[in-house]
Design a binder for this molecule. Sequence first.
Ligand code: NAD
Ligand code: UD1
Length: 337
Amino acid sequence: MSILVTGGAGFIGSHTCVELLNAGYDIIILDNFANSKPESLKRIKELTGKDFKFYEADIRDAEALQKIFSENKIEAVIHFAGLKSVPQSISQPLEYYDNNIAGTVCLCDVMSKNGCKKMVFSSSATVYGSKNPSPLKEDMPTGGTTNPYGTTKYFIENILKDLCVPDKDWGVTILRYFNPIGAHKSGRIGEDPNGIPGNLMPYITQVAIGKLPHLNVCGNDYPTPDGTGVRDYIHVVDLALGHVKALERLLRTNGCEVYNLGTGKGYSVLDVVHAFEKAAGMKVNYKIAPRREGDIACCYSDPSKAKEILGWEAKYGIEEMCEDSWRWQSQNPNGLN
Ligand code: NAD
Ligand code: UD1
C-alpha cells in the first residue's frame, strides 16, 4: 500500500516526502510542476537513498488520477497541491478557485470511487481571519478571509468536513500551518519561489545573497512590542514530521479532525531579521515601509491539541530556522536549477 502525495515536488511536500520515506512509507508523487521543478524529485531520492513512482499530472484531470489509482494500491493521500500566492489569487481569482477548489473536489471524487477515503489536507492559519485573538485554537470560528487564496482554504476545509458527514468511511485531517520557513539540514531542498518573493524569509535570504537591495519591513506601527507584525514561524522539517504523525493517526481513525501546526511562539519581523543576522553573520539592509494591505498585527498558534493527540510538537527554534534557510539559499543561489 502506498501514500499518494499531491504537490510532493513543492516546498513542504518535498520535505514531507523525505520524512515519509525515512519513516518507511512507500510513496507516489503527483505534481504538475506549476510551482516546482523535477530537480526536487532527484534530491528527495538523493537524501533518502529511496526510489518512488512519479506522475506528472494535474489534480483537475480525473482521467489521469484514475490511471494512478488503477495502477497502484493507495491507502491515503497527503494533499499539498495548490496555488499559494496571495497577490496572484487577487489578480487571478478564477484560476485559484479552479485549481484549489475544483482540483480538490476532483481528487476526492476519484479517491471515493476507488475506495480510498483518507486525506491529510494542507490548510493555513489564514482561515482564522482577522477577528480571533492569538493564541489561535482549532475550535475558534473560521472565515472572514481577505483574499481568494485564503477563501479557497476556508471553502476546502468545509467541503472536506461535509464529505465526512454522510460517509463514515471517510477520514480527513486538516492541518493548519502557521508560517513555514527553514530548509532540510543538508541544504539540498528548500523553498524556491518564482520571481520576487512575497514572504518574509525568502525575501531576507535574497537580500542577504545580494539579489535584492533591501527588505521592506511592512509597518512598524502595529500594537506589538516593537511595532512590526508578529507571526508563528515553524521549521519546515518540524512541519513535515507533523504530517507523518497525522498520517499515523489517520490510518486508524475516521471522521474529520483539525490541528494547528505551529510552535506557539510569536516573533516580530525585526526579531526574525536579527535572528537571521546572527545566524548568517551579516547585516541585512532594511527600510521601514507602509503596512501591507490585508496584514494583521499578530498571529500565533496554540499548538497543544497536536501535542496531546498526535504526540507532535515543534523542536526547532528560530535560530535553526534562520541557519537552515541561509544554508539552503547560499548553497543554491538560483534555487533548484
Ligand atoms: P509549493 O507551491 O511549493 O507546492 C505546491 C505544489 O503543488 C507545487 O509543486 C505545484 O507544482 C503543485 N501543484 C499546484 N497545483 C497543482 C495541480 N493543479 N496539480 C498538480 N500539482 C499542482 O507550496 P508549499 O509551500 O509547499 O505549500 C504546500 C501546500 O501548503 C499548499 O496547498 C499551500 O497552499 C499550503 N500552505 C502553505 C503555506 C506556506 O507558507 N508555504 C502556508 C499554509 C498553507
Ligand atoms: C502570508 C499570507 C498567508 C499565507 C502565508 C504563506 C498574506 C496576508 N498572508 O502570511 O495567507 O498562508 O503567507 O504563504 O499575504 N513582511 C515584511 N516584508 C516583506 C514580507 C513580509 O515586513 O517583504 C512581514 C509581513 O508584514 C508579516 C510577516 O513579515 O508581518 C510575515 O509575512 P509573510 O511571510 O508574507 O507571511 P504572512 O503574511 O503571515
